[in-house]
Design a protein around this ligand. Structure first.
Ligand code: SF4
Ligand code: SF4
Length: 291
């Protein structure tokens, strides 16, 4: 029988809202799950989830141009046509600048340029609390974050199908760009983490609009809720305008900082008020997902 896999993505319109701390706490609270850190450009979850690496798989991004020094006649045409200024002195391609457009290969009169595979990152499969934890290492200056996110999610899905996991928890990147879209496409539910600040509210509208555009079920959680009661009301107004529920508030709690310094999740501090709020939030999410 086919296993029904629920996918929960935790996102925020901006960085610094506490999204990863909440996602890592969910990973601790869920009985049976796969967790995926899709913030491939700045992966932080491995810092708070102790893990053992099982496998590292090279991720091939876009191809890059390589000039054969044997075949090159030094005519300079490639330098003229490369609009990214990626070809340097003595006709060597600077891989970080090469965008993989392949124009130079078409313009070289001596067929001296090849497009070759380029490892732009690594998919890491690990175990945390004896359950799968996937994350990625993106190479410096490499693009294709969205494709790497899709690769991570595909891998997680195949592990879930093989090993009968019914929940994938996704820690999405901040913002509303391509990697975020890759992180939320096709998920069962998106939890948007916001905070009662001006930038938090501005970015909240943008990420809600994104979930509406893709017709994905979403709800909102307000972290650091004790910062401003006025702004809490404004967040509720925004959510009501978009017909989206606020399903949790988490007070500002210095135990968050203690947990980060110790490389732990906040739910490992059971007496903290934030920990209790996250546990209630998890119960609500479990009901929504019918876990
Ligand atoms: S266009 Fe071809 S032959 Fe001319 S400099 Fe570039 S690589 Fe060399
Ligand atoms: S592939 Fe495009 S970006 Fe790269 S060196 Fe050739 S022309 Fe420049």
């Amino acid at each position: 029988m086919t296993n029904t896999i629920k996918q929960l993505a935790i996102v925020s319109g901006k960085g610094g809202t506490g999204k990863t701390s909440i996602a890592a706490s969910f990973a601790k609270l869920a009985k049976q799950r796969i967790v995926v850190d899709c913030d491939v450009d700045a992966s932080n979850m491995p810092l708070v989830l102790p893990h053992t690496i099982i496998e590292e798989i090279p991720f091939l991004g876009e191809k890059k141009a390589v000039i054969s020094q044997d075949r090159c006649r030094g005519c300079g045409d490639c330098v003229i046509y490369c609009r990214f200024n990626a070809i340097k002195d003595f006709y060597v391609v600077e891989p970080v600048l090469c965008e993989g457009c392949a124009v130079c290969t078409m313009m070289c009169p001596y067929e001296a340029i090849d497009m070759v595979d380029n490892q732009s990152g690594t998919v890491v499969i690990s175990q945390s609390d004896d359950q799968p934890f996937l994350f990625a290492k993106m190479g410096v200056g490499q693009g294709n974050s969205g494709k790497l996110v899709s690769e991570l999610r595909e891998k997680a899905k195949s592990i879930a199908e093989e090993d009968n996991y019914n929940l994938i928890i996704i820690d999405g990147p901040p913002g509303i760009g391509c990697p975020v879209i890759s992180s939320i496409t096709g998920v069962s539910h998106v939890l948007i983490v916001t905070e009662p600040t001006l930038s938090g509210m501005h970015d909240l509208e943008r990420i809600i609009q994104l979930t509406k555009h893709f017709r994905i079920n979403a709800s909102v959680c307000i972290n650091k809720s004790t910062i401003s009661s006025d702004n809490i009301e404004k967040i509720k107004e925004i959510c009501s305008k978009f017909d989206i529920a606020v399903i949790g508030t988490i007070p500002l709690d210095m135990d968050f900082v203690k947990a980060q310094i110790a490389g732990k999740t906040i739910v490992e501090y059971p007496n903290s008020v934030a920990s209790q709020a996250i546990k209630s939030l998890w119960e609500r999410i479990s009901q929504l997902l019918n876990l």
